[in-house]
Design a protein around this ligand. Structure first.
Ligand code: DX5
Ligand code: ZN
Length: 218
């Protein structure tokens, strides 16, 4: 399968949001990665529904929403209505994860689960066949621009083994600190989707940076 690049809008220039969304539309990127933070599950607040609506009004690619919020079940239908194609919740924020996954799918979206750096892959053994995507956090969630945690490679391998062993077709997404320095090795160990925020938007030429990442991966 072609490997996918998902620029994280958290690192975009919010004063020029439409410009940055159009840049992604016209680039080699595959998805828009949208981080929603509530200041409770993570120590930061990003943006909410009106901003997502503004993004999805202009976005011409898959919208991948990463919820870093407590009790995400409250907003599943809202995110479907706002145009999310993938909706990812955190394992650590869901008491009844299986129910939450089904609720996401019942709204017509693809279902993802994100794991914090300290959470082992094994907690997904009994839901892996229900999942369209697993997001392995390669930084502690809450902020862009952090350094990649090296233990991630091992987790990607473990998740890849679980997916193969279970005959699942789950995508492996990596989120946090992704650059041209780790992209290649991440793909080698089994990653399918690379999220990149600061590395793309803080670069001199984001379109070229996306193209470079895409060429490393394919
Ligand atoms: C972190 C977010 C990431 C973030 C990645 O909590 O989930 O998606 O935007 O940003 P970089 O690529 O700068 O680490
Ligand atoms: Zn994210």
């Amino acid at each position: 399968m072609n490997k996918l690049i998902a620029p994280s809008i958290l690192a975009a220039d919010f004063g020029n949001l439409q410009r940055d969304v159009e840049m992604v539309n016209n680039s080699d990127a595959d998805w828009f990665h949208i981080d929603i933070m509530d200041g409770v599950f993570v120590p930061n607040i990003s943006f909410g529904m009106p901003v997502l609506k503004a993004i999805s009004n202009h976005a011409k690619k898959v919208i991948d929403v990463h919820l870093m919020i407590v009790d995400p079940d409250r907003y599943i239908k809202t995110f479907a209505d706002l145009g999310a194609n993938f909706l990812t919740v955190h394992y650590e924020a869901c008491t009844h994860l299986h129910r939450t996954i089904q609720a996401i799918k019942n709204e017509g979206m693809k279902a993802g689960v994100a794991l914090n750096p300290h959470t082992p892959i094994s907690v997904l053994e009994d839901v892996i066949n229900d999942l369209d995507l697993v997001c392995i956090m390669s930084v502690n969630p809450g902020f862009g621009g952090q350094s990649f945690i090296e233990n991630t490679y091992k987790k990607v391998q473990q998740l890849k083994n679980l997916i193969e062993f279970s005959n699942a077709s789950t995508l492996i997404e990596i989120d946090g600190g992704v650059t041209n320095k780790n992209a290649n090795q991440l793909i080698e160990v089994g990653a399918d989707v690379l999220v990149a925020g600061s590395y793309v938007f803080k670069s001199e030429n984001p379109t070229e940076t996306i193209a470079d990442l895409k060429s490393i991966c394919n």
